[in-house]
Design a protein around this ligand. Sequence first.
Ligand code: PMT
Length: 422
Amino acid sequence: MLERLSNKRVLLGVTGSIAAYKAGEVVRRLREYGAEVRVIMTHAATDFVTPMTFQALSGNPVHQHLLDTQAEAAMGHIELARWADAILVAPASADFLARLRLGRADDLLMAVCLASDIPLAVAPAMNHRMWTDQATEDNIRVLRSRGVLTFGPDSGDQACGDVGVGRMQDPQILVSNLAEVFESGALAGLHVLVTAGPTREAIDPVRFLSNHSSGKMGFAVAQAAVEAGARVTLVSGPVSLNTPDGVKRYDVESAQQMQDAVTSCMNDVDILIATAAVADYRPEQVEAQKIKKQQDELQVKLIKNPDILSTVKQRYPACFCVGFAAETENLEHHARTKLHDKGVDMIAANWVGDTVNGGFNSDENALRLVWHEGEQELPLMNKSKLARAFIGHIAQRFYVRHKSALTGDNILHFDKKENSES
Ligand code: PMT
């Protein structure tokens, strides 16, 4: 279960408590299991442990101030909130819990908690009388009702000499509890095929037509599908990215090769997610030798490539097919046209051609999902996080199509044989 932490971005908030020294162990464990960690310390926390400790353990600068011009330019509170997949506040002091309940935004940690909509977990640590005080009990009750997860506290000897409930939960157990936050299992038992990256269409032995796709979006989608429990095959054009753990990858160059690779995998594919930026046209003729610079003008005749997505959907109608639409204008209109023309189940439309909205080669992206009965906006965020939200929506639409009830349990225990279409 701890492998769920692999590649996750965890924002660790450290508040003013004697247990702050144990937060160092939390950082070590998180990194051991493959998570990337950034630490925010409150002013009170620095009375117990120095920022240098967490900088050394996390491998990242520690964030402390809300109004820091340098940090705001690089990783300010909104960027930190966008960056993270989950926030863990450990230790969480009684004062922090009270301020969180009030929705204060008067220091960096509070502002980040307020600005994010990702899972937020707190590991309370305080004297046992403070923990059982009515005010703290009320705060915890309200926070839980808002979806804040509470890990601990444990019972035992306290730093002040008392014995009782109020010790910060053991770092190893904390980290295991956090790992559970990430598992969706929504695609357990399914085979997902993802295409990614650009294709290259040869003109001669040294030149080709291509586009700006880096493969980042497709690789993030493959990773998110693995995390959701799917068996994942990735067919990728030329990119320089590492294969996500647990993914079977085939490398191709041209659209024709991508179609061949996709077709060879299609027998038992349940969901196809076509993230690749496939060239629509290729040169009719590929010159055997390098074209010489002899003429003032050169005409290269282009012919249409096969449309991989619509061909697959025609041949395998039971496969849930998700296409992308990369647009520079009329996003919604073109997305709906592609949904209809390609006969697919969902289109994920994104803007390309500017640097504001993500798209090609950026670490961030935004998607407008359209399907026959509805649509959903996924705002600008990093591609890993976006891919997880995207996979969640795909899983939901997949099960709706298969007329399965939409409860979490049914999603987790879906039996594809019983529900498959012919
Ligand atoms: O790789 P990144 O740098 O992270 O950038 C991500 C991205 C912008 C490439 C990605 O989010 C994206 O938009 N991918 C689709 C790009 C594209 O080719 O869009 P399109 O609107 O031209 O194609 C529509 C759909 O048909 C796509 O799913 C495409 O894979 C598919 N297609 C297109 C042509 C073709 N011959 N065969 C296809 O299957």
